[in-house]
Write a protein that binds this ligand. Structure first.
Ligand code: GLN
Length: 197
């Protein structure tokens, strides 16, 4: 069974765990660098990116996370997790993990009270995905190796760059598990590729 971790420093962890299990994966809570060595792919959940970053520094996880990405292991950032993956953040002169060739802007759909749900067309995954946006970022700009999978109101809200997947919304908060299933397939494919080498 494919082992998928959820970074559990802060944020929406348990819903991702359940979604991974529904998709037939073994879900592992990742709180340390040792935990990270146990998983084949990793979900970075929503929450508060600045808080998650502080905890990454406290638990000495930033470098291991960068190494996880550069080893080609699949990572999926949702909402705050997308911000953590991005190479550039509007208004900040530093990034966090910084491996996704995209610029993101935080809180681009209004404040907490403006959280909303909408049906999204997501390339290769769904024509009507129920996407929950909570103080969500959007993707302002991507480099040519990044594929745009979904937009909302002309803003990019989901992308893929090889083994990296990112979205502005919370795919784990509804009973529709198609996006988690897609990521699970990415992890399986990356294992199969590794086995073939
Ligand atoms: N606004 C949050 C941030 O900037 C992200 C919100 C979320 O993950 N739901 O980190």
């Amino acid at each position: 069974m494919v082992k998928i971790g959820v970074l559990a420093l802060q944020g929406a962890v348990s819903e991702h765990i359940r979604s991974i299990e529904v998709c037939g994966g073994e879900a592992i809570i990742v709180k340390s660098r040792d935990d990270l060595t146990l998983v084949d792919g990793l979900i970075l959940p929503g929450g508060e990116s600045t808080t998650i970053r502080k905890l990454m520094d406290r638990y000495d996880m930033l470098t291991p996370l960068k190494e996880f990405a550069s080893a080609g292991k699949p990572m999926f950032g949702t909402c705050a997790g997308l911000i953590l993956l991005a190479q550039k953040i509007v208004g900040y002169d530093f990034a966090h993990i910084g491996v996704l060739n995209a610029t993101v802007e935080r809180n681009s759909f209004g404040r907490q009270v403006d959280s909303f749900e909408t049906n999204l067309e997501v390339k290769d995954i769904a024509t009507d995905f129920p996407a929950v946006f909570i103080r969500a970022p959007h993707i302002v700009e991507v480099e040519s190796d990044v594929e745009i999978l979904a937009t909302h109101e002309n803003k990019i809200v989901m992308v893929r760059q090889g083994h990296l997947l990112g979205c502005s919304f919370h795919p784990e908060l509804t009973v529709d598990h198609r996006i988690t299933a897609y990521f699970t397939e990415m992890v399986k494919e990356s294992l199969a590729k590794k086995a073939a080498v």
